[in-house]
Design a protein around this ligand. Structure first.
Ligand SMILES: Nc1ncnc2c1ncn2[C@@H]1O[C@H](COP(=O)(O)OP(=O)(O)OP(=O)(O)O)[C@@H](O)[C@H]1O
Length: 365
């Protein structure tokens, strides 16, 4: 175990009867780290968090906190304070009393309790609701009270399960930066389950991508975005064009993938590429690295004739949807300026291309 690790999962498995909800998990969470866990519905995110919180016992393996096994240790008897953000608020207490409650249980004096609770209500931008009953709050306001209540005790780890899900888009973005700054300032370790890629990628130091109870990839947002390690991850993120083919040539820092759309070259110094020779593999190319032209480009590029089938605008960026002759979808994401010189009409024949350096090869599972 790494000496900076606060938590480690060692061969952790969780079964519910015959069903395996979490398959052999091995990973560590650093002290003061912001770790986000993502994955499709039912992949085991909440189960992982519940095992960490002591609400479920692992069927196999060990979970350690600061080096000590905690499998059978209930939450309340641990040295390291760990707070579960999504516990229900007390309906018989008003907002500030809810925030003060845990401090009261810890024997903090009345004036100090009030001062600290007010400070957290202010940070969560809900001071105006201090005297309200919980039943008189919107879902988003309740989520912010729950966050204030968790943070007021300044735990060593905070476990968060979709804490911003009830907020509208604008408030969500504001709360993301509030949370990230709080996490940095306080040094509290955050383990954060979310469905939202933008939340995970904008706040977390590292992201875990899970599928069917298994970790598919764990890494910094940049690593995962630029070099998805499996086809599942590339598909799940939805930011890459994906091609499947056979690896027919490797060596000299290059590889060639033969696909129904033609042979695509890629630059690859990765040793693993050699192991893919003769096998089926997936080529991923970020949609921001895929370009469009009226004519066939020259040089070390891969090019595919396409037809435009749609477009979508979000702020200064446009996503152009295209289709190859055999119906394979390709997306190109660029700024309006970069696309200004192209005839962008539905049905327009164009060429999609990318540099060999921008392709990334992963084995087909
Ligand atoms: N107590 C339980 N008994 C039986 N099966 C369970 C139990 N808790 C969870 N599961 C199953 O384990 C799997 C993982 O559930 P979990 O809640 O961890 O998923 P999740 O990734 O958090 O999903 P979501 O994003 O939908 O919340 C699911 O198939 C779920 O039905």
């Amino acid at each position: 175990m790494n000496k900076n690790a606060l938590v480690s999962f060692e061969g952790v498995v969780k079964r519910f009867g015959e069903f395996v909800a979490v398959q052999r998990m091995d990973f560590e969470i650093g002290k003061g780290e912001f770790l986000a866990i993502m994955g499709s519905s039912g992949c085991g995110k909440t189960t992982t968090l519940r095992m960490l919180a002591g609400l479920e016992a692992p069927s196999e393996g060990v979970i350690r906190l600061s080096g000590k096994p905690i499998n059978d240790l209930p939450t309340w008897s641990r040295d390291t304070p760990m707070v579960w953000q999504s516990l229900a608020l007390f309906p018989f207490l008003n907002v500030i009393e809810n925030v003060e409650f845990a401090l009261k249980m810890r024997g903090v004096g009345k004036a100090e309790r009030r001062r600290r609770a007010e400070q957290w209500l202010d940070r969560m931008q809900i001071s105006e609701f201090a005297g309200r009953n919980i039943s008189q709050l919107s879902g988003g306001q309740r989520q912010r009270v729950a966050l204030a209540r968790s943070l007021v005790v300044e735990p060593e780890i905070l476990l968060l399960d979709e804490p911003l899900s009830a907020l509208d888009a604008a408030l969500k973005v504001r709360m993301q930066s509030v949370l990230k700054n709080l996490q940095r300032e306080t040094g509290i370790t955050f383990v954060y389950v979310t469905h939202s890629q933008s939340e995970a990628f904008s706040m977390a130091d590292r992201v875990v991508i899970m599928s069917r109870g298994k970790i598919e990839q764990i890494g910094t947002p940049q690593e995962i975005y630029r070099t998805p390690r499996t086809r599942f991850v590339a598909n799940f993120l939805g930011s890459s064009n994906i091609f499947t083919g056979n690896v027919v040539e490797t060596g000299d820092g290059r590889a060639t993938l033969e696909t129904p759309m033609g042979a695509f070259g890629l630059v690859s110094s990765e040793q693993s590429t050699r192991a893919l020779m003769g096998r089926t593999a997936t080529l991923t190319v970020l949609d921001t690295k895929t370009n469009l032209s009226r004519t066939m480009p020259t040089g070390r590029v891969n090019a595919v004739p396409v037809r435009m089938i749609g477009e979508e605008f979000i702020g200064a960026t446009a996503t152009i949807y295209l289709e190859t002759g055999d119906g394979h979808e390709i997306r190109v994401q660029k700024s309006h300026e970069e696309l200004a010189s192209l005839p962008l009409q539905i049905g327009q024949e164009l060429v999609a291309y990318w540099n060999e350096e921008d392709g990334h090869l992963v084995p087909e599972e």
